[in-house]
Design a protein around this ligand. Structure first.
Ligand SMILES: Cc1cc2nc3c(=O)[nH]c(=O)nc-3n(C[C@H](O)[C@H](O)[C@H](O)COP(=O)(O)OP(=O)(O)OC[C@H]3O[C@@H](n4cnc5c(N)ncnc54)[C@H](O)[C@@H]3O)c2cc1C
Length: 470
């Protein structure tokens, strides 16, 4: 059956790369082992070929799963036997209008490649994440990625000015607006941002750009709690001298784990505090950036109750500090598939939230003392329970009950920036507003009545694709 499918795909899409199961089995599937469980991968050379592939699969009821850099963390690009992957990696090409600070970008361009092209003209995409070398603009749009600068520049939703999207019926929605202001009826592009490839395939996007900072400096600051860290951040948000680019927080258990895992000397970085804060400030030159950090910290030191702090004296030291926050894959080297979560917590309840989950998780199981870290300035916490997974369904549900209790009612979210995919579907069904769920199912049925585009992601597969001969 796979041979007939692959022959059919090759005949229908002569310009596309097509791999079968053998080629898939010999390659790296990325962040999720299920990414390459499909019968075939097709890499269309351009947007027209994407539309042709969508029509071909749609006409045959063959499930089609869009994939970009395969760095997604919720199983949103996972595949099953018999399905076809639409790999967007060949949709490259970036056009930058430096005066307007806009880039029109192919969906398959990686964030790092876009950052490099923008930097050449003194600009920056205004969004950054540790997966930058692999994650693609199409994938970031489809998960509404956030990252370290979201408090300042918004999430991907706020970076997108316009989109080109192939719909499940094979038509292309051309909405490549390059301007910020457009009040011309329903702003349909937002339907596809964060839709995880279930409503259409993004082929190109117009993105806002920011000025590239000339220089930056990094500090590591030990504080007693998140409230203290927020006071420090508040000082830098109103700074006249430097502009705050990142404010990442690590609770002690995670900071200590990372320091040990990276082999850093305990005396080298002052992280013996209940929380540590990684701050990055940009300014006109290195000395000005460092001075802005040093002066700002000195000014707020007593008021915020800072325990200790160091401003990186070199790029090497700054890199070390960032490794503490970013090399989170070290957790997976210690624990196989540990249960991991990504929540948004309103700023005013951060300390109470962390204290509650700490107490309730360790009451469930003493090994569940969580690693907690994240993007302080927007309240996005990443939480990993340091045990081997997958844990039983009941244990997973019990952990989720602790983490999500009261969160939506308080104005937070059970999924901050990683999406729903397969992993958060139960949470979506249990915690998302029922009317939102009804509307979401209706929109899915309207755009994809056969349910063949990335089936079962976000919404459980009540519109399973039919199967047919090729
Ligand atoms: C080390 C690491 C750090 C990370 N840090 C962050 C972080 O700080 N902030 C954050 O928000 N996320 C983070 N992530 C996860 C994040 O979701 C992804 O990095 C990124 O947004 C996904 O892009 P991708 O190209 O890899 O998409 P994929 O993983 O390939 O796909 C993700 C989803 O998008 C869909 N999709 C992909 N391309 C398209 C397209 N062109 N059209 C329609 N649908 C498409 C897929 O079907 C799937 O549903 C991190 C991941 C890793 C591994």
């Amino acid at each position: 059956m796979d041979d007939a499918l692959i022959a059919g795909l090759r005949a229908a899409l002569p310009g596309a790369t097509v791999w079968g199961p053998d080629e898939l089995a010999s390659r790296d599937p990325g962040a999720d082992a299920r990414n390459f469980a499909a019968a075939a991968l097709v890499r269309p050379p351009d947007a027209d070929a994407v539309a042709a592939l969508v029509r071909w699969c749609g006409a045959r009821g063959i499930a089609l799963v869009p994939q970009g850099g395969r760095t997604g963390l919720t199983g949103a690009s996972a595949t099953e036997a018999g399905q076809v992957i639409c790999d967007l990696g060949a949709l490259r090409g970036t056009e930058i209008d430096a005066a307007a600070r806009v880039a029109v970008v192919g969906a398959g361009v990686t964030l790092a490649a876009l950052q490099e092209e923008c930097a050449a003209v003194g600009l920056d995409p205004g969004i950054d994440l540790a997966a930058r070398g692999s994650c693609t603009i199409g994938g970031m749009i489809s998960t509404n990625a956030g990252g370290a600068m979201a408090f300042r520049n918004g999430t991907m939703r706020h970076r997108v000015l316009g989109l080109e999207v192939v719909l499940p019926d094979g038509r292309t929605l051309h909405d490549l607006t390059r301007v910020l202001k457009t009040s011309a009826g329903y702003d349909l592009k937002h339907l596809f941002i964060g839709a995880e490839g279930t409503l259409g395939i993004v082929t190109r996007a117009a993105l806002r750009l920011e000025a590239l900072p000339v220089a930056s400096a990094t500090a590591l600051v030990g504080v007693p709690d998140a409230a203290s860290a927020q006071r420090v951040v508040g000082r830098f948000l109103v700074s006249r001298d430097g502009s705050l680019r990142a404010a990442e927080i690590l609770w002690r258990r995670f900071a200590e784990f990372m320091r040990r895992a990276l082999g850093f000397d305990a005396g080298l970085l002052p992280i013996d505090a209940p929380c540590v804060l990684v701050l990055e400030v940009a300014a006109g030159d290195d000395a000005a950036a460092r001075a802005a950090l040093e002066e700002g910290l000195a000014e707020i030191w007593e008021e915020a109750g800072i325990i200790d702090g160091v401003v990186a004296a070199s790029d090497e030291q700054a890199r070390r500090i960032w490794r503490l926050r970013e090399e989170t894959e070290l957790i997976e080297r210690m624990h196989k598939l540990p249960p991991s979560f990504d929540v948004s917590v309103p700023g005013g309840i951060l300390d109470a939230y962390v204290a509650r989950i700490e107490a309730e998780l360790t009451a469930l199981d003493p090994r569940y003392g969580p690693y907690v870290f994240g993007h302080l300035a927007d309240g996005n916490l990443h939480i990993t329970v340091p045990v081997d997974g997958p844990v039983s369904h009941a244990a997973h549900e019990a952990i989720e009950d602790v983490l999500y209790a009261g969160l939506v009612a308080a104005g937070g979210s059970f999924s901050a920036e990683h999406g729903v995919g397969l992993e958060k579907r139960d949470a979506w069904e249990r915690h998302a507003d029922p009317v939102k769920q009804d509307l979401s199912r209706a929109i899915k049925r309207l755009l994809d009545p056969e349910g063949f585009l990335n089936p079962g992601k976000i919404i459980r597969g009540d519109t399973a694709p039919r199967t047919q001969d090729h």
